[in-house]
Design a protein around this ligand. Structure first.
Ligand SMILES: [Zn+2]
Length: 158
């Protein structure tokens, strides 16, 4: 079965941060993907919509191979995982110490790695642009911290 692509872009961003593992309480690297100019559709029959609002991808169940390679080079702790809280298999961060899956919801709660609530939280993140096309099956969410992060890394954005 071919994956239902929900997001397409000509480039994408890799967000790198850190989180405290819920299982072993140690600090571990975590990563997420961000799109700033992309097309999305909510259902296979919907038309593609152009979007220029930075959006963080979540629950990525499929990613095109070239983009996947680029991501996993930057974030080797990311791998497909089946989690208890979610029926589906998706790309999740794994703890570098104990291997526990760091759930997507958990990382995107207010105050967590991928929902900074102040400048210090944004300071702790790094954004790396990848000049490669991406296709993904995922959800996406917009938030003002993503605008701020993108503004700090203007290399690709025009
Ligand atoms: Zn751990």
């Amino acid at each position: 079965m071919s994956p239902q692509i929900s997001h397409m872009a000509q480039h994408f961003g890799i967000v790198l941060g850190s989180a405290i593992c819920w299982q072993c309480q140690q600090n571990t690297s975590v990563s997420a993907l961000l799109l700033d100019k992309f097309q999305q559709r909510f259902d296979e029959d919907d038309p593609w919509e152009q979007t220029t609002e930075p959006s963080l991808l979540g629950f990525i169940s499929f990613i095109s191979p070239e983009a996947e390679n680029a991501w996993l080079q930057e974030a080797p702790l990311v791998a497909l995982a089946a989690t208890r809280s979610s029926e589906a298999t998706y790309y999740a961060n794994h703890c570098s110490h104990c291997g526990a899956v760091q759930g997507d919801w958990h990382l995107r709660e207010p105050g967590a790695a991928f929902f900074p609530v102040d400048a210090t939280g944004i300071d702790s993140l790094t954004l790396r642009w990848i000049r490669k096309p991406i296709q993904a099956a995922a959800s996406s969410a917009q938030s003002s911290w993503q605008d701020e992060l993108v503004a700090r890394y203007p290399q690709i954005r025009q």
